[in-house]
Design a protein around this ligand. Sequence first.
Ligand code: COA
Ligand code: AMP
Length: 634
Amino acid sequence: MTTSQYEKVYTKSIEDPEGFWGSVAEGIHWDRHWDRVLDDSNSPFYHWFSGGMLNSCYNALDRHVEGGRAEQLALIYDSPVTATIRRYSYRELRDEVARFAGVLVDQGVGKGDRVIVYMPMIAEAVIAMLACARIGAVHSVVFGGFAANELATRIDDCKPKAIVTASCGIEVKRVIQYKPLLDGAIETADHKPDACIILQRPQVQATMIEGRDVDWEQAMGTATAADCVSVAATDPLYILYTSGTTGMPKGVVRDNGGHAVALNWSMSAIYDVKPGEVYWAASDVGWVVGHSYIVYAPLFYGCTTLVYEGKPVGTPDAGAFWRVISEHDVNVLFTAPTAFRAIKKEDPEGKLLKNYDLSGFRSLFLAGERCDPDTLEWAQDQLGVPVIDHWWQTETGWAIASNCMGLGALPFKAGSPTKPVAGYDVQVLDIDGHQLPNSEMGNIVIKLPLPPGCLPTLWKNDERFISSYLSTYEGFYLTGDAGFIDDDGYLWIMSRIDDVINVAGHRLSTGAMEEALSGHTDVAECAVIGVEDSFKGQLPLGFIVLKSGVERSDEIIVGELIQRVRQEIGPVAAFKMATVVNRLPKTRSGKILRGTMKSIADGTEHRVPATIDDPVILVEIATSLHLIGYPKQD
Ligand code: COA
Ligand code: AMP
C-alpha cells in the first residue's frame, strides 16, 4: 500500500517538528527570523519561534496590499437583519484598520495593553480586533450573548485599558442594547477602563458618559493611521475566555507567531482553499471559530472572508445560507452542525436550495459539537459536496483532527472527525495513564508539546493552566473529551469528561449555572446537567432543592431561576428547564451523581453506583423528569 500525502506530512510533523514547522513558517512574513523553532527550555511551557518578530495585522492585510491583492475583496459584511451588504478591498480594510489603530493610540492604548471588544457581527468588530493586533495590543472579544456579569468577570481578569462596543446588536428582529450592559458591567467590575469607544448604530443611539465614552465615527474623523508594531512571536495576540468547570472562565492566551504559522498552513492543508477564494465561517467573532476562521486565517492566506449578521433560519428563511453562498460565490463554508439541524427542521426536503446557484461551492466543514451522522448525511445529500466533521477546541485554536482535504482526502466515516492533524500526537489513556487498545474508550490526550497555534498558557494563571490541562498525565495535555481510536486510526469523540456542555455549538459551564442558581434565596442545593436535544445537541436542565420552610410555588421559583441565569450568564445559556426535587442523589462521600441523573433524563442505560447514599432518590428523580417530559419519546 502506498503512503498517502497525509501520512507523510503527519509523520514528518511528529518525527521532526522543528524541521516541519520551520519550513511551514516560511509562509508568514517575519520582521526578524526566529532563533529556535521550538523552545523547550521551560517545559511544560513550550514556545514556538522564540526570538522571531512579526506583526499579525501586517500578515493579514498589508502584505497582501503590497503583494498585489490591494483591490481584491478582503471582507464582505452581509447583514440580512439590517438589509445591508458592504464590501472592503484589502486596501480599504487595511486603511480602516490603520485608522482605528490610530484611535486606540489616541486613547493611550499601546503594546501589551488589553482591549475588550464586545460587539455584534459587524465589520467593525473585525476592524477593532485587527487594529489591536496592529499596535501590539491584546484583544479580548466577549460574545454579545453574555450578560453584564460575565463581561464584568472578564474586565476584572484582563484589566482592559479600553473597551470597544456598539450601541446595539440585532437578534433576528430583536434589538439588543449593548450600552446598558456595558455600563452595568463596568459598574460591577473593580477594574475601570480609561476609555470606551462606542459605535453608534442607526437602530439605537447609546447615551454617552462624558470623559470616558468616545464616539467611533468622530474619533475616526480625527485619527491618523497607525503603523504595524513588530512584536515577539511569543507575545500574546489575544485572550479568549472559555467555559471551564467553575463559574470563572479560563482566559485562553494565543501567541502571535505560532498562531499565524498554523492558521496560514491550515487553509491549504485542511480546507483546501486557494488565495483569492471566498471562505465563510458562519459563526460569531466571540467564539474561537470566529477568531480563527472569520478573522485571521482567511486574511493571512489572502482569501475573502464573510461577516454574516444573521441566522441560518428566520433571516428571512431556511434558504439564508444558500443565498449568501450564491450571492458571494462562497467556495468553502464552516459552521456548527446545529445550524444545519435548524435548516433541516424548517426545510427537510431542501426545497429552498433549488432557488440558488451553488455551482462554486466545494465543501462544508462542521465543528463545535458532535455531529450526528443523520445531519451530516442530510447535508451531503442536499449539497452534493463533501461534508467534513472536524474536532477542535478554543484551547487549540485550530483543528486537532480532520480529514485534511488539501492533503488528499481519506475515506469518510460518518461520526468520526477522521485522523489527527499534523503536529497533534493524539492518544487515548485509561485512568492510570496507560495507552488503551484500539476501540476502547478513555480520556483523549495530546502528547506535549502541542503544535504551534495552541494555547501557551492561561492569562496570568500558569497554575490553572497546569492544573486544568497538564497535571492529570505528565507530559500530556488533557483535552477534556472522551472517545477512542478505531483500528484504522480514526478518532471518535464521544463526550466531555467534565461539567462543560455544548448547547447549539456554544460551550457552556454547568458549574457557572449552578453558581447562579445557588445565589437565589430559596435554593438550598442544585445541580445542572446537559440533556440530549435533537436540535441544539444538548440543553441545560436544573434540579433544585428548596430550603425548608419555603412556601412559594415551585412554578414561580423556577421562573425566577430561569430569569436569573439569563441575567447573570446571558441568553446564550439557553437555561429554560428546571425541576424542584426533595433531594439530590449523592455518593456516601457527598458527590452529586450528575452522570446518573443525565442517563435517566436521556433514557440511556445506567447502573446504580455502588457508592450511592440512598437509591430511592433515583426513583424520585425519574418521576420529576417524567413530569417535564424526560426521557423524550422521539
Ligand atoms: N447577542 C444577544 N443574544 C444572543 C446572541 C447575541 N450575539 N446570540 C444568541 N443570543 C440569544 C438568542 O437570541 C436566544 O435568545 P432567546 O432565548 O430569547 O431565544 C439565546 O441567546 C440562545 O441562542 P441560541 O442557542 O443560539 O439559539 P437560537 O434559537 O437563537 O439559534 C441557531 C439557534 C442554531 C440558529 C444558532 O445557535 C446558530 O446559528 N448556531 C450555529 C452557528 C454558531 O453559532 N456556532 C458557534 C460555534 S461554531
Ligand atoms: P469550543 O472550545 O467551544 O470550541 O468547544 C470545544 C468542545 O466542543 C470540544 O472539547 C468537544 O467537546 C466539542 N467539539 C468540538 N468539535 C467537535 C466535533 N467535531 N466532534 C465532537 N465534539 C466536538
